[in-house]
Design a protein around this ligand. Structure first.
Ligand code: 13P
Length: 254
């Protein structure tokens, strides 16, 4: 079960700090930069919005990219507390996560909302990282593939392109639990996503980066990240410490 794609895809390892991190946490970025070397993967950290600008400054002069965790679907206006994609871009972000299951659950975001947010991201020249994933109950009911196909279809804008859009498969039950799907289960879902992308986007469908997320750690990264159609990771808890994150990146060392 190795990655046999005929299209070499540079992996992306992205960290999602969620609602964690104060300015003191930027020390981790100094450590991360020092350990990056010439990583065989693109590397992105998505801190809370309060740290995007400072992290972009801290990452300057390195290949480390900085992203947001969410953006509003509109460009500007009376939306107290919200942040537009252009604001993230202006603060130094080059990407944004949209449709994370925590946003879908905590803020009732539907596929349609996620799709509008992805469009807003693309219009602002941000890479959109669109998340999909089934709950434990949906998996138990045998509905995983149908659910993922639906989320993918409805959350992805037609304007998506492999250079500007990334899909992250994050089973909800694997997030923060230490549980992960079996390699066969991951290959099955990523294979389905690849097929659907190829049906919808033709040849370019084979070039989209498909990330796996959910309890990725240094100890399991090698087993998870070299599976067919797995082109990187979206990492939560283990992205908060530079050493752990570098341990995951090491999965791409020879
Ligand atoms: P954990 O790596 O903490 O399981 O979180 C995954 C995640 O939700 C990343 O977006």
């Amino acid at each position: 079960m190795t990655n046999k794609s005929t299209h070499p895809i540079k992996p992306l390892v992205a960290g999602n700090w969620k609602m964690n991190g104060l300015r003191a946490s930027l020390a981790e970025i100094t450590r991360l930069k020092a350990g990056l070397g010439d990583a065989a993967a693109d590397v992105l950290i998505c801190p809370p919005a309060t740290l995007v600008a400072a992290m972009a400054d801290a990452a300057a002069g390195s290949t480390l990219m900085v992203g947001g965790q969410d953006c509003h679907q509109l460009a500007a206006g009376a939306h107290t507390g919200d942040i537009s994609a252009a604001m993230l871009r202006d603060a130094g972000a080059s990407a944004v996560i949209v449709g994370h299951s925590e946003r879908r659950t905590d803020h009732g975001e539907t596929d349609l909302v996620v799709r509008s947010k992805a469009e807003a991201a693309l219009r602002a020249d941000l890479v959109a990282i669109i998340c999909v994933g089934e709950t434990a109950d949906q998996r138990k009911a045998g509905r995983t593939l149908e659910l993922i196909a639906g989320q993918l279809e409805n959350s992805m804008p037609d304007m998506a392109h492999s250079a500007t859009t990334v899909i992250a498969y994050e089973p909800v039950w694997a997030i923060g639990t230490g549980l992960t799907p079996t390699p066969a289960d991951i290959v099955e879902v990523h294979g389905l996503m690849r097929d659907r992308l190829a049906q919808r986007f033709g040849g370019d469908g084979h070039a989209f980066r498909l990330l796996y997320g959910g309890s990725v750690k240094p100890a399991n990264a090698r087993d998870l990240l070299h599976l067919a159609n797995v082109n990187g990771a979206l990492v939560g808890g283990a992205s908060l410490k530079a050493d752990d994150f570098l341990g995951i990146l090491a999965a791409y060392h020879a």
